[in-house]
Ligand binder design. Structure first.
Ligand code: ACO
Length: 345
């Protein structure tokens, strides 16, 4: 049982002068492809074991998109569900932001392809690239547009087809990732509950911990780049792990400080779903109780920008998050990038 708020608890909403506007989350939705790839399946293709993957990461299985199913398809499916739950029509959407590192193609943006699939022809649309931190970056940008009165309704999506950039011969990485998408409709609703505040951070000095070298202007696709396997992601696992724990702790502490609340006021923590051990270490450092965390990485692996979006949707769907609860999102990804957000649900 999570203890009730401390005596003297002041709702953090009072701290933010929203002058009649609130960036409320009107609906969330998620989608994962049908095909499931289990640890036992991976044992047949690389030198690994269910035991190694489970003890080092907590992951048991992940979903893999079909060859003719692209990031924009996953994104549009998640978006349709979020729109339905929010009661939002395609014509009402002012802006679509898709956070992804696996766009359908370098250009046009996946957001434009999603706009076409949804028939949201009034909406501006762009992609955002902050790796696994992308969903919180996108939430924060959407909030800025809504609070500045530029837009009233923004569709934020985190979507990835990571299976298209995973090296299925590299056991260090191929066991970690999966495909999927999560979406949220953010809407101005005067004096409603909503996104309170978010923090974002980056450190480009550590860009070489997690990257994909090929396919950009530095190393365009050639027969040589394909032969050298440069179109697959590479990761320095141990260093990434250490940086993830540190950055997620810092981001969580900073966003709580800005809200003038402590961790005991948070009903549900939805962290980036990369590794169970990272989540446990962050929990210890921020003095959170294990039962405060919502974890679904055993089913999906690391779905990068989609990770917290899918987890948030599941936490809401299964009743772990109720109206009025304070929810803490914490993310970390390539870049390096990180972030945290507090939502009053
Ligand atoms: N099966 C069996 N053995 C393996 C496997 C595998 N799938 N993968 C690696 N190993 C081996 C290694 O080769 C190594 O063997 P060696 O000692 O003989 O060289 C041994 O296991 C231990 O490797 P470590 O790297 O020390 O394992 P570690 O405990 O650090 O776990 C892991 C590796 C799971 C990758 C961990 O480091 C991790 O989770 N890192 C963070 C990943 C992350 O959070 N990414 C977030 C951002 S993702 C994004 O932005 C897209």
């Amino acid at each position: 049982m999570i203890p009730p708020p401390n005596p003297g608890f002041k709702n953090p909403r009072a701290k933010f002068n929203f002058v009649g506007r609130t960036c409320s989350i009107a609906g969330v939705g998620s989608y994962v492809p049908a095909k499931v790839l289990t640890n036992a399946d991976l044992e047949k293709t690389v030198s690994t074991s269910d035991e190694w993957i489970t003890t080092r990461t907590g992951i048991k299985e992940r979903h893999i998109a079909a060859p003719n199913e692209f990031t924009s398809d996953l994104a549009a499916n998640a978006a349709r569900l979020a729109m339905q739950r929010a009661g939002t029509t395609p014509e009402q959407i002012d802006l679509i932001i898709v956070a992804t590192i696996t766009p359908d193609m370098p250009f046009p943006s996946t957001a434009c392809l999603v706009q076409q699939k949804l028939g949201a022809h009034r909406a501006a649309a762009f992609d955002l690239e902050a790796a696994c931190s992308g969903f919180i970056y996108a939430l924060e940008i959407a909030q800025q547009f809504i609070m500045s009165r530029t837009y009233d309704t923004v569709l934020v999506i985190g979507a990835e087809k990571l299976s298209s950039i995973v090296d299925w011969e590299d056991r260090n990485t191929c066991v970690l990732f999966g495909d999927g998408a999560g979406a949220a409709i953010l809407r101005n609703r005067p004096n409603a509950h909503g996104l309170l505040t978010a923090v974002m951070g980056a450190d480009g000095r550590k860009a070489d911990l997690l990257f994909m070298a090929g396919g950009g202007s530095r190393c365009p696709a050639t027969a040589q780049s394909v032969a050298n396997r440069l179109h697959f992601l590479r990761m320095e696992g141990r260093e990434t792990f250490k940086n993830a724990v540190q950055a997620m702790q810092t981001a969580a502490e900073e966003v709580l400080r800005r809200c003038e609340i402590d961790i005991s006021h948070i009903k549900c923590i939805v962290p980036h779903q990369a590794n169970r051990r990272i989540i446990d270490a962050v929990g210890q450092r921020i003095n959170a109780k294990p039962e405060q965390f919502f974890i679904n990485l055993h089913k999906y692996g690391n779905t990068s920008a989609a990770s917290v979006a899918i987890a948030l949707d599941e936490a809401v769907s299964c009743g772990r998050v109720q109206t009025g609860d304070l929810v803490l999102l914490i993310v970390f990804g390539a870049g390096l990038t990180w972030g945290a957000a507090v939502i009053e649900w």
